[in-house]
Design a protein. Structure first.
Length: 129
């Protein structure tokens, strides 16, 4: 069984090292602890997390840089629409898609998914005046 260090695994998953650590602590990613207390990720776990991306979406070939990998934490369907909420490193991204798309993608709580952001403008705001 091939075991990867967290930095290697984070790079493959296209996420930050701190995000991967949080996923481990929240049990979203299975890890193995070495006798020294260091986490390692099995290659099979990486394959499990990336399987949906490769098999269903081909996201490796998308030109956009604004893709955020997360875990689906909530799905609410009503009529023709489904509200999908992703946990992206402790922050939540919500999208409204068609129910048919949700069903075709096989979306379910706990599965990894990407939020693709397409915008011509990005605004920044703070609480300071």
């Amino acid at each position: 069984m091939e075991l990867l260090k967290l930095r290697e695994a984070a790079q493959i998953l296209n996420i930050s090292y701190p995000t991967l650590k949080q996923w481990i602590y929240r049990k979203k990613v299975r890890s193995i602890k070495t006798p020294g207390g260091h986490h390692r990720i099995a290659r099979a776990e990486i394959d499990r997390l990336t399987k949906t991306r490769q098999a269903k979406s081909g996201l490796e070939s998308i030109s956009g840089r604004n893709k955020l990998m997360g875990i689906i934490v909530d799905l609410k369907s009503d009529g023709l629409l489904t509200q999908v909420t992703l946990d992206v490193g402790g922050q939540f991204v919500t999208s409204i898609i068609t129910r048919q798309s949700s069903e075709e993608l096989g979306l379910r709580k706990g599965m990894p998914a990407f939020a693709l952001i397409k915008a011509t403008e990005v605004m920044i705001a703070t609480g300071k005046k």
